[in-house]
Design a protein around this ligand. Structure first.
Ligand SMILES: [Cu+2]
Length: 660
C-alpha cells in the first residue's frame, strides 16, 4: 500500500517534469493585438499597481500594469544596500528580533488592507517565512513602517491574510514546534506529543495601522499552509489549509502524503474574541520584537515584548473545526460572496468546493465524522458543495473575477483553468510558461475584484528569456481576462521568486504619495536644519558629524582631526524640499552600505576608519548637473595625534595648519 503511494507520487512528479519542461506551442502563444494591450505610451501612467513579493529576496517589488514596468523595490525583511536599509543606524532596529538582528528573510505573501471587503490602498502587509514576522508597508511612502515577530511559530507561511475591515492580520505557523514557554529540548520524534501549531491574530489600528498580537490559538501539531478570511456572510470566520495531518517529522515528501484527505481548518474568530473578552485566554511568557519606524524622527525603534494571550482549541470546542480536504491542500481561497471555499490539494485530481451555509448546518447538527486531536471533523459530504472534475494536475491557488468565475493555477500541468463556481464546469484553459504558482487578479481575493487582468507568477522559466548563466529570471505573465477566453499579452521578469501578489487601481494610491518630508517637522536628534548648524562634535572616541546635503555640496565637506580608534557617525540631513531629489552618501573603505536620504530626512552612517589617510566621500545618487562635484574629504590621523578637530565648507584652512 505504502509502496503504491510512493510509486504514484513518483509518477505524478515525473509527469509534472514532463509538462513543466515545455508545454505545447510555447513559441506562438502571443498573437494579434497582444502588444497593443500591454502598451503604455512613454509619459503615460499604468492603470494598476502590482505588488509582487520577492520570495527569497525578502523584498517587495512594485510593477505597473499592464506594462510590467518595475517601479520600485521596497526593502522589507532583507538589508538593501541600494537604499541603506538595514545599514543606516536609523533603520537597523527594523530587522531586530528575539534572535538579534536578522538581515535576511523570505517574503511570500503580500496582502493589501481592506475596508468593507475592498482593497483600500492604505497598507500592504507581508510575511517573513523563516524567522516568523509580519511587516506593514505604508503606501504613502512605499516604506516598511512596522515589523512584528510571532512567538510560538516556525515558518510563518499561512500569513498575512486579513479580515474584510482589516480588523486582524492572521498568521498560521507552517512548522509546528514546542510552545516557546515549554522546554524545547525534546526528541524530534516526540512531534505528536510536544509539537503544536499556532494561529496568531494581529490587530490593526484603524487610524494609524499599528499592529499588536491580540491573541493566539494553540492547535494540534500539523503544518498550516495558506489561509483566507471569510467575507460577507462568512465574515467572522477564517479558513486555513493544513497538511501533514500524518504528523510526520521526517521525509515529509513521502510521510506527509499518506492520508487520502488532510484538512481545511475553519476558525470562528468572532467566538475566539468572545472567549478572550471572557478571560478564557492564558498568558504565556514569550519574547518577540516589535519594531516601528517614525517618519517624524526618521528612526526605527525596537521593543522586546514578553507575553501573549493564548486560547486552547482543544478546550474551547466551538472555535475550530476540521473539514476533510483531499491530498495535501495548499491554496485555501474564499469567493467574493463568502459562500464558497476552494481547497486545492497539491496532489489531487479534482478541486473540492465547500459551502459555508452547509458548514453552518453541519456544525449545528453536530454532523461529525469524529475528532482529530480533540477538534471536531465535519463530514466531507456534509460540507461539500461540489467537485470540479478533471480540472488539471496539481491545483494550487484560486482567484476570482467577481462575475461568478474562478481561476485556478496548476503547477504540474503548467496552466490556468477558468471554471464557473455555480456549475463547476471548466470554461477555458491557458498554458503558462512554465510552472505557475500563485495568481493575482486586482482585488481577486477581496469582495470586489477588478477583473481586467490576471497575472501568473511562474517558478521555472527555462527558455523564456536570454540565458544569464545557471539561474534565469523568474517570470510573471499577464493575461487579459476581459473576454470569455484568457489571452496572454505579456511576460515580464521579476526580482527573486515572484511568490504571491496583490494589485490595485492606481487611483487608490497615487494621489496619496508623500513627496517630501517637511524639514521643519524633522525631529531626528542629529538633524541640522540648515548649513549654519552643520558641525562636528567629539564625545570621547565618538565623532558626530551633523552634515547637510543640498544641490550640489555637503556641509561640512572638509573634516580633519579624526583619529584612529574613533567611531564616526555621519548624520546627513537632506535639506531639499523638492520631490524626487534624494541625496546619497558614501565614504571610502566603509564596511557598510551607502545612505540614501529623502528630502527633509536625516540618516546616519557609522564608520570606523581602518587606517591613517585621506578618505574621499561623495553623493551616490545623481542629483544635478554638478552631482559629480558633490564630494569631500575626511583626514584620519594616528591615535593620540594633536591635529585639532576642524570642519569647513568652501573655505580653506590657513595653509600653515594644513601642512604637517
Ligand atoms: Cu547629490
Amino acid at each position: 500500500m505504502k509502496n503504491n503511494k510512493v510509486v504514484s507520487l513518483a509518477v505524478i512528479i515525473a509527469l509534472g517534469s514532463l509538462f513543466a519542461c515545455k508545454p505545447k506551442n510555447a513559441g506562438n502563444a502571443i498573437s494579434g493585438d497582444a502588444a497593443a494591450k500591454a502598451y503604455v505610451a512613454p509619459g503615460k501612467y499604468d492603470e494598476f499597481y502590482n505588488f509582487v513579493s520577492g520570495g527569497f529576496s525578502g523584498q517587495m517589488a512594485v510593477y505597473g500594469l499592464p506594462s510590467g514596468r518595475l517601479l520600485r523595490v521596497v526593502p522589507v525583511f532583507s538589508v538593501d544596500p541600494e537604499k541603506g536599509y538595514g545599514y543606516s543606524e536609523e533603520s537597523k532596529p527594523m530587522l531586530n528580533t528575539s534572535h538579534g538582528m536578522v538581515p535576511w528573510d523570505d517574503l511570500h505573501h503580500p496582502e493589501l488592507s481592506q475596508t468593507n471587503g475592498e482593497v483600500d490602498g492604505r497598507w500592504l502587509f507581508g510575511n517573513a517565512n523563516n524567522t516568523p514576522r509580519v511587516a506593514r508597508i505604508d503606501l504613502t511612502t512605499f516604506r516598511t513602517a512596522e515589523i512584528i515577530e510571532l512567538p510560538n511559530s516556525g515558518g510563518n507561511h499561512s500569513s498575512p491574510f486579513i479580515t474584510e475591515n482589516t480588523e486582524y492580520v492572521i498568521a498560521g505557523t507552517r512548522f509546528s514546534v514546542p510552545p516557546d514557554d515549554k522546554n524545547g529540548d525534546v526528541p524530534i520524534n516526540s512531534y505528536k506529543k510536544n509539537f503544536k501549531g499556532t494561529l496568531s491574530f494581529i490587530s490593526v489600528d484603524k487610524t494609524d495601522g499599528k499592529m499588536a498580537i491580540a491573541f493566539q490559538i494553540e492547535c494540534p501539531g500539523v503544518n498550516f499552509d495558506l489561509s483566507h478570511s471569510g467575507k460577507g456572510k462568512s465574515h467572522g470566520w477564517f479558513f486555513f489549509s493544513c497538511y501533514n495531518t500524518e504528523q510526520a517529522n521526517t521525509l515529509l515528501e513521502v510521510n506527509a502524503s499518506q492520508r487520502d484527505k488532510d484538512f481545511i481548518m475553519a476558525v470562528n474568530w468572532k467566538k475566539a474574541e468572545e472567549y478572550i473578552k471572557a478571560g478564557k485566554g492564558k498568558k504565556q511568557k514569550v519574547r518577540y520584537a516589535h519594531n516601528t519606524y517614525s517618519d517624524v524622527t526618521h528612526t526605527a525603534t525596537s521593543e522586546i515584548l514578553t507575553d501573549v494571550t493564548v486560547l486552547d482549541s482543544k478546550e474551547l470546542k466551538d472555535i475550530c473545526y476540521f473539514i476533510p480536504c483531499p491530498k495535501s491542500p495548499h491554496g485555501c481561497d474564499v469567493d467574493p460572496s463568502g459562500e464558497y471555499i476552494v481547497g486545492s490539494g497539491k496532489l489531487a485530481a479534482l478541486i473540492p468546493v465547500f459551502s459555508f451555509d452547509k458548514m453552518q448546518k453541519a456544525i449545528a447538527a453536530k454532523d461529525y465524522a469524529g475528532e482529530f486531536e480533540g477538534i471536531p471533523v465535519i463530514k466531507y459530504e456534509s460540507v461539500l458543495y461540489g467537485e470540479v472534475k478533471k480540472p488539471g494536475l496539481g491545483p494550487l491557488h484560486t482567484e476570482f473575477d467577481g462575475k461568478g468565475n474562478a481561476y485556478t493555477s496548476f503547477f504540474v500541468s503548467s496552466e490556468i483553468v477558468k471554471w464557473n463556481i455555480k456549475d463547476l464546469k471548466v470554461l477555458d484553459r491557458a498554458s503558462t510558461f512554465y510552472s505557475v504558482g500563485h495568481l493575482c487578479i486586482p482585488g481577486g481575493d477581496s469582495r470586489k475584484p477588478n477583473p481586467k487582468y490576471l497575472i501568473a507568477y511562474n517558478k521555472i522559466t527555462k527558455d523564456r528569456y536570454l540565458p544569464t548563466g545557471p539561474e534565469l529570471a523568474q517570470s510573471a505573465q499577464l493575461f487579459d481576462i476581459s473576454g470569455d477566453k484568457m489571452q496572454l499579452i505579456l511576460d515580464f521578469p521579476t526580482i527573486g521568486e515572484p511568490h504571491y501578489a496583490q494589485a490595485i487601481a492606481a487611483d487608490k494610491i497615487k494621489n496619496n504619495s508623500v513627496k517630501i518630508f517637511k524639514i521643519e517637522e524633522n525631529q531626528n536628534p542629529y538633524v541640522s536644519k540648515g548649513e549654519a548648524t552643520a558641525k562636528v562634535v567629539r564625545e570621547g572616541n565618538k565623532v558626530h558629524v551633523y552634515a547637510t546635503a543640498i544641490r550640489s555640496h555637503f556641509a561640512p565637506d572638509n573634516i580633519e582631526g579624526v583619529r584612529m580608534g574613533d567611531e564616526v557617525y555621519f548624520h546627513v540631513t537632506n535639506l531639499e524640499q523638492d520631490w524626487d531629489v534624494p541625496h546619497g552618501f558614501a565614504i571610502k573603505g566603509a564596511d557598510n552600505a551607502e545612505l540614501l536620504i529623502m528630502p527633509g530626512e536625516t540618516q546616519t552612517l557609522k564608520w570606523i576608519p581602518g587606517k591613517v589617510g585621506i578618505y574621499p566621500m561623495y553623493c551616490t545618487d545623481f542629483c544635478s548637473a554638478l552631482h559629480q562635484e558633490m564630494q569631500g574629504y575626511v583626514r584620519v590621523s594616528p591615535a593620540g595625534s594633536n591635529v585639532p578637530l576642524m570642519f569647513s565648507t568652501g573655505k580653506n584652512q590657513p595653509a600653515k595648519e594644513n601642512q604637517d
